[in-house]
Design a protein around this ligand. Structure first.
Ligand SMILES: [Zn+2]
Length: 278
């Protein structure tokens, strides 16, 4: 009995963040089992219309990232809907990458994943967010949770203590220092083309991904972009894309999902939400 209860608890905690791909897909968008996905008024992703954004109030700080140059081990996993990078939680506390948000609260990096242009023939894929209707070839989502040992991920989600940072990427032909942002991921991507494949990287760093964050960002209140579409997520959509090479885009296109669908959700209504321009 104890085992059964433990499994149920585990399943509940997991489902708060990631519903198993067998229960949903992108093509049908039949996410009706998840109330927030259908009736939520603060859903993500959105198109950000820059003329409707406002400056961050003076009493707030510009969000800053720390320990971005730290390197450490991660697992790279084909979840059936995306490529997920886990393992940051095991990094030493003192050198772990973190975000200091506009209110001065500290959030630790715990996971990241990608959305990308899965096929030229599927309309509406690529990045999830857009700025003034401009989409990009892909979008990296970095998930941060409030720095509190006592709070598990489910509690952090329930209490509005998860922050998502979005970084766009585009294929660039130029051979300059911005290119090959994903180089360290290249080999891992070749090993996880099938659903549930997993590979390990010894020296992963988010530094190349966060290199353009000083180019500014938009901040708004939204949701997870997959079921259960939980709201209360503060988003930081950074403005300046990073560059990847064409062959890296091809590597991503060879990642097989459960039903070979795209991996970006249609954009949602902004409604009366405030979007800060930082
Ligand atoms: Zn995402």
């Amino acid at each position: 009995m104890k085992v059964v209860i433990a499994l149920l608890v585990l399943e509940t905690v997991n489902s708060l963040y990631l519903v198993h791909p067998r229960f949903w897909n992108y093509d049908k968008i039949n996410w009706t089992n998840y109330t927030a996905c259908v009736n939520g008024k603060a859903q993500s992703p959105i198109n950000i219309v820059t003329t409707t954004t406002i400056p961050l109030p003076k009493k707030m700080h510009k969000p800053e990232f720390y320990n971005t140059k730290t390197k450490g081990p991660v697992t790279v996993w084909n979840s059936g809907r995306t490529v997920t990078i886990n393992g940051f939680e095991q990094w030493p506390y003192l050198t772990k990458p973190y975000l200091m948000d506009e209110t001065g609260k500290k959030f630790l990096l715990f996971r990241m994943h990608l959305h990308w242009l899965y096929s030229e023939s599927i309309v509406g894929n690529g990045s999830e967010h857009s700025i003034d209707d401009v989409k990009h070839n892909g979008e990296i989502h970095l998930a941060f949770r409030y720095d509190d040992d006592e709070m598990d991920l489910g509690e952090a989600l329930e209490s509005g203590n998860v922050r998502m940072v979005s970084v766009f990427f585009d294929v660039k032909q130029r051979r300059d220092h911005q290119l090959f942002v994903m180089t360290d991921l290249d080999y891992a991507l070749t090993l996880i083309t099938k659903y549930d494949d997993m590979s390990e990287m010894v020296q992963f760093s988010v530094d190349p991904i966060l290199k353009n964050v000083n180019g500014g960002m938009f901040i708004y209140n939204g949701s997870l972009t997959t079921p259960n579409c939980k709201e209360g997520i503060r988003w930081y959509v950074t403005k300046v894309p990073v560059a990847v090479a064409q062959y890296q885009m091809e590597l991503l296109k060879h990642i097989k999902h459960v039903d070979n669908s795209r991996n970006s959700r249609p954009q949602q209504d902004v409604n009366d939400r405030i979007i800060y321009n930082v």
